[in-house]
Design a protein. Structure first.
Lengths: 112, 116
């Protein structure tokens, strides 16, 4: 069974540009989560989807971040416009109802 | 608010040594989950264990063991007879169990280096 996959593995962009990260959850997992780790700090929660609905977006830092999960399958996280402080590793995880969250390998975002 | 503290930033041991990774947590919830994840050099976070706050029994899985002590709000992780393949960053995490909120609160991680 395929795990959580994230694309791209690494993205380098300039400040002010737009970047879109993608996450494909484990098949059958209705719950999908986004987290990020910036500047070597703690991994921080961003938001949680249940199917296509945003269950909890309390961790989204500002309106430059837009997460979508059309059709309740894969999800995208768009950063527009990117700022220097957005650099870090963005993780996606998925789970069954009340289940364990399984993580992908992350997307390393570098904003120059 | 929830908080997880992993005071050990980096630990270096020689192969076959035992090593304990500390995790201390804070929460106002009466029911919660505790987790350990491993992040090898490849980058993905690998699930190791989930423990419900009602279950204070220690757990052993091969060379891994976990000591959950509610009285001291700690959930420590011990690797017995460490191996080079255990080298990784280890994260302790906490989540609510009673509400629908599933967000994990992570500690800052402990980097374990096992030298041959």
């Amino acid at each position: 069974e395929a795990g959580v996959t994230q694309f791209p593995s690494h993205s380098v962009i300039e400040k002010g540009q737009t970047v879109t990260l993608r996450c494909d959850p484990i098949s059958g997992h209705d719950n999908l989560y986004w987290y990020r780790r910036v500047m070597g700090k703690e991994i921080k929660f961003l938001l949680h989807f249940v199917k296509e609905s945003k269950q909890d977006e309390s961790g989204m830092p500002n309106n430059r971040f837009l997460a979508e999960r059309t059709g309740g399958t894969y999800s995208t996280l768009k950063v527009q416009p990117a700022e220097l402080e957005d650099s870090g590793v963005y993780f996606c995880a998925s789970s069954q109802e009340k289940g364990i969250q399984y993580f992908g390998a992350g997307t390393r975002l570098s904003v120059l | 608010a929830q908080k997880v503290t992993q005071a050990q930033t980096e630990i270096s041991v020689v192969e076959k040594e035992d090593v304990t990774l500390d995790c201390v947590y804070e929460t106002r919830d009466t029911t919660y989950y505790l987790f350990w994840y491993k992040q090898p050099p490849s980058g993905e976070l690998v699930f190791l264990i989930r423990r419900n706050s009602f279950d204070e029994q220690n757990e052993i899985s091969g060379r891994y063991s976990w000591n959950f002590q509610k009285s001291t709000s700690s959930f420590n992780f011990t690797i017995t007879a460490s191996q080079v393949v255990d080298s990784a960053v280890y994260f302790c995490a906490l989540s609510e169990a009673q509400t629908g909120r599933r967000a994990l609160t992570f500690g800052s991680g402990t980097r374990l280096q096992v030298q041959p």
